[in-house]
Design a protein around this ligand. Sequence first.
Ligand code: AMP
Ligand code: ZN
Length: 495
Amino acid sequence: MPLYDQQPLYIYNSLSAKKELFKSVAPGLVGMYVCGPTVYNKVHLGNCRTFISFDLVFRYLQHLGYKVRYVRNITDAGHLENDAEEGEDRIAKKARLEELEPMEIVQKYTVNFHDILREFNNHPPSIEPTATGHIVEQIEIIKNIIEKGLAYESNGSVYFDVMKYNESEHYGILSGRKIEDLIANTRELSGQSEKKNPQDFALWKKAEPQHIMRWPSPWGVGFPGWHLECTAMSTKYLGDNFDIHGGGMDLKFPHHECEIAQGVATTGKEPVNYWMHANMLTLNGKKMAKSTGNNILPEEIFTGNSPHLSKAYAPSVARFFMLQAHYRSILDFSDEALQAAEKGFDRLMEAIEALDKLPTNATSDFQVSEWKQKCYDAMNDDFNSPILIAQLFEAVKHINAIKSGKEQITLEDKQELIDSINAFTFDVLGLKTKTQTKANNGDEKTPSLVNMLINLRAEARANKDFATSDKIRNQLMEMGVELKDGPDGTSFVIK
Ligand code: AMP
Ligand code: ZN
């Protein structure tokens, strides 16, 4: 019997606001779609938390024996500056600012996203489609929704008719918002007058002459609305009705609400059986965000080069810190919390390293099978990683007691313990030992070396030896280390 039949998994479904027994559409197979990043900037730690949360889900489903098709998109067009669908395309705007082609921006930040997630030991998704690669599919969906009478063309743009849809369906089913409140709360913004109602959302936007990302369509030259790409790519690769759709909590409304409306309008079916939303990482009690600058970049964690940090932390320590909170809880970032996580992480890894050499006896004081089931119970309860970690520390207590001769374990139990603790720590939680991490990075000494060079450069400048100070700066730049002089001294960024 496959493991998934022995371990009933409950998932909190945002649609019903309840934990529900997970049953996949096809036995043994899971289709999972997660909204990916808009690649116009470096990913911050908050973004990483959401992708680590869904990596945990992906890993546990695979551990249970499911064959998972995990689709995570790259938003490389159509995401405008603000949620009111106003302003420039985020990618086009960055291209203008950095004087690059939009696709250079996309490439640069997609590479950064992949590099960072690899550091955190996230598994890559099974398919990673892009919005610009699915313009044809998006146009087909728009045609379909217009045919159904649920979208209309206006001045070269196409809008979803929310009021019409709401006559027979329920717009607000996911977010719990009422259409009357939406109407009351919508401010009329300039440029929205081409909509029948302010809460209608764009499926296609006419491109103004200065808009560089543009495609031909039956309604003229334009670009797709942001919500549409996810409907196009999820249904293309996972079918009209699939198992799990995830994303950060901030995407519940309007993005996911609109995805449901688009899916139901196109196929007449609810597209998703289990909606999952990961909660936010905050800094100083406020959401980490690209736009406000209230964020920490992963590379700042890995180098310790940030006013928020006292030192560098290994990616696995940061991952462990995040997994110590449940994915649906808000988590506030702080240096102290990371330090505490590092202590716990080290204690867990030391115990795992000591396992092989543990002495065995005729009897066990540690009921390993019962403990193992408690680990499963934690994960079966909506992927409760903090409870799983608490169980791992329960095992650490026993390992240390056996090591010091206070408790005993049989050979059979010891083997079961080694197998299970490895499976939960490395396969399910996706942690790496520090030695594994170092082997990948090999650059733990980089920050102190760069700081040494910064000091030498300061000395050279104090002696008016500008040739040497410029040489240090330029050669570091060639190696991808940029020095930044500010009022509080010189800091650096590794590119
Ligand atoms: P974006 O590139 O802005 O579309 O965001 C990519 C993903 O990161 C989305 O699923 C967001 O919900 C998520 N996200 C953004 N900010 C945070 C945060 N502070 N904490 C956790 N997840 C976040
Ligand atoms: Zn999406």
